[in-house]
Ligand binder design. Sequence first.
Ligand code: PLP
Length: 286
Amino acid sequence: MREIYLNGRYMPLEEAKIPVLDRGFLFGDGVYEVIPVFDGRPFRLAQHMERLDNSLHSIRIGNPLELDDWERIFARLTFPTPDLDQMVYLQVTRGVDPIRNHLFAEGVAPTVFVMSWEAKPRDPAISSDGVAAVVLDDYRWQRCDIKSTALLGNVLLRQEAQDAGADEAILVRDGLVTEGSSTNAFAIQGGEILTPPKSNLLLRGVTRDLVLELAQEAGMPCAERQITRDELETADEVWICSSSREVQPVTRLDGKPVGEGVPGPLFGRIYGLFQDYKARLRSGDV
Ligand code: PLP
């Protein structure tokens, strides 16, 4: 039976219930994190918890738990195993109001929910053949830096990509790349690894930051700068990354090949560095 954490208690998933006046349900008024766990070790925990703090601060909710409490919950819901990766999902909403009202009510305790699941084994075809993406207009709101549970824009854009036969939508606002519907985006131009700078228009991905860090450590040229739609479409390589996908090569964009239409040489290097990092995390070296 799968166990979850809800408001201070552990219980089977089937028994977990949220009142219908929870603001997460009514307004999408909450934030979340997804944290990979490799062999019982959370991936970049400090960075995920810092982003949680930032998201909570942005929507004016105090962090309901101390770091120790969060860690205890994650440890209870995951287990060390070298053979499969797990994901922890946590969500904090503004809680259950006495009535439906846009304004925050006083003295309402946040709802805290944590669950975990086993990640699907990686499909080796993704790193050898790549994935397809389409370029779509980024019509989301202007606070995409908040990891909000209100994901309707992201959901619709991802579905539109799927309906077009692609795995991800890469989003463009005012002619500039922002990110994917649930990933960050990179374009390689003239040997330089480019990704849009942090701003209110994209989520600062923990995986994105690690990709940049690993590339810099390895002496690969990188820059956080705006990428135009034209630069994306003429890039030698395009990558997307997230906690669930890790780093993946985009080999078809709007039905056309990216570069040679196969994962490029820089992808091969970053993929190797990423796998090395995971191996170090599993053995407790990072
Ligand atoms: N951008 C969006 C919109 C996302 O939803 C996600 C992850 O879910 C990311 C970027 C990547 O973030 P991370 O690498 O922290 O998973």
